[in-house]
Design a protein around this ligand. Structure first.
Ligand code: GDP
Length: 443
């Protein structure tokens, strides 16, 4: 996501970073480039205008002009303003109301609403709650069926809605039923239409009126850019939504919707959908997102993701090994297995500073098959060789290639990658965040 914007911004910043002193003229020049980058990213033009004015004023202020590294200061300001634009901190779901409480999902057909209902239920279950999926699209029996299937897949109960019932009654009955089946949070998948119409809005209002949801969340397709923003405006006018979930964010290379929703509607993005699977839903962190946009990577999300999959003890053990530079090929193999568990390699690497850009330039190809090959190569080594890669001679490399059904070049490449990874990890563990930012080219 955001690849184009990141690329354009990094070009504008390159100019700034190299300069010892800034004056009004070169700041204007950089702002012009930043403006273009945001407009091309399909950000609402009024939003861009206000955003740039803020940056301009601050850039001409003392904090930049008197700084020894004015370029860096401007970049810092852009990051802060971007974060502000997207709503500052992460917005948690309101799950404090009396139980059972309801989360109501609204949106157009095809936006990913039903899938998101499943993902959201899955997410809140991981936080210790007991969700209950409630299908209320009585017009489309297929929608009810779809939610039942999702419920089955993730093993979360679905209220057996009767499509002859009125939608309000379905919700009220489900609320009554919830405690009986051990559930405390209703995730209500409302009807979707191809377009907004009065009938739909009226139905949603009726549901809202009887169920008093703790959250009414609009699910909007990020790929539709400003249409998603306009949709948010309309739903908000009628329903006074509490937030937005942007689906299909992983495919949205421009980022216009994510950058405009909060500024235009004053309603926060609470989650983003990043794939079709039931765990492809992440809380939205404006600060991390702006770092990612500015090409500084999204290391914190990556760490969160890793933490969800990692065994804490294993992670500590690994951290100690990295610190002592004892990280060996066996650990490397284990890490690859974790990566496979964590999701698509592309997605994970994209979050790492500097690497997103490298991937784009084609310098780093992510090939899931490659992982299988790597595992086969490491399996063909002796335990001694896995502990100490330096003892692997030319003839052993040939044997290992034969044993694993690969070529000597594959073995060589693997060893080279391993050494690079080891060095990178060493740098990370020594420098902490400073190490990271230097890798991202920010020092
Ligand atoms: P609904 O009509 O709004 O209920 O939409 P669905 O839940 O049926 O989703 C429509 C399509 O979008 C399905 O093929 C989903 O798998 C897909 N989808 C939903 N969320 C995401 C997402 O975050 N990323 C991607 N790539 N696809 C998604």
């Amino acid at each position: 996501m955001f690849e184009l914007l990141t690329e354009k911004l990094s070009r504008a910043f390159k100019e700034l970073r190299g300069r010892g002193r800034l004056n009004e003229k070169n700041i204007q020049e950089a702002l012009k480039q930043i403006r273009l980058a945001f407009l091309e990213a399909d950000v609402n033009y009024k939003v861009v205008k206000n955003f740039l004015e803020e940056i301009r004023q601050r850039s001409l202020g003392k904090e930049v002009m008197e700084s020894l590294t004015p370029g860096q200061q401007v970049i810092k300001i852009v990051q802060e303003e971007l974060t502000k634009l997207m709503g500052e901190g992460k917005r948690d779901l309101n799950l404090n109301d009396k139980k059972p409480l309801s989360l109501m999902l609204v949106g157009l057909q095809g936006s990913g609403k039903t899938t998101t209902a499943g993902k959201l239920a899955n997410y809140i279950r991981k936080n210790g709650y007991h969700p209950y999926l409630v299908p209320v699209d009585t017009q489309r029996p297929a929608a009810i069926e779809q939610l039942c299937k999702i419920g089955e897949e993730i093993n979360i109960p679905v209220y057996p809605a009767d499509s002859n019932d009125r939608v309000e009654d379905i919700c009220l009955k489900a609320k009554k039923e919830a405690p009986k089946v051990g559930c405390d949070i209703l995730v209500i998948d409302t009807a979707g239409r191809l377009h907004i119409d009065e009938q739909l809005m009226e139905e949603l209002l009726r549901i809202k009126g009887v169920i008093h949801p703790a959250e009414s969340l609009l699910v909007a397709d990020a790929m539709t850019g400003q249409d998603a923003v306009n949709l948010a405006v309309k739903f908000n006018q009628v329903l006074d939504i509490t937030g937005v979930i942007l689906s299909k964010m992983e495919g949205d290379a421009r980022g216009g919707a994510a950058l405009s929703v909060m500024a235009v509607t004053n309603k926060p993005i609470k989650f983003v959908g990043i794939g079709e699977s039931m765990d492809a839903l992440e809380p939205f962190y404006p600060d991390r997102m702006s770092s990612r946009i500015l090409g500084m990577g999204d290391v914190l999300s990556l760490i969160d993701k890793a933490q969800a999959e990692f065994d804490q003890k294993e992670a500590m053990k690994l951290a100690r090994k990295i610190k002592k530079a004892e990280f060996d090929l066996e650990d490397f193999k284990q890490q690859l297995a974790y990566i496979q568990k964590m999701g698509s390699l592309e997605q994970i690497l994209g979050m790492m500073p500097g690497i997103g850009k490298m991937m784009k330039a084609g310098r780093l190809k992510t090939d899931e098959k490659e992982l299988v090959r790597v595992e086969a190569i490491i399996n063909s080594m002796t335990p001694e060789e896995r502990r100490n890669h330096r003892i692997i001679s030319g003839s052993r490399r040939k044997r290992i290639a034969m044993g694993s059904g690969t070529k000597v070049e594959d073995v060589n490449r693997l060893l080279k990658n391993f050494v690079q990874t080891k060095n990178m990890l060493k740098k990370l563990s020594r420098g902490g965040l400073k190490g990271l930012s230097s890798m991202a080219g920010f020092n």
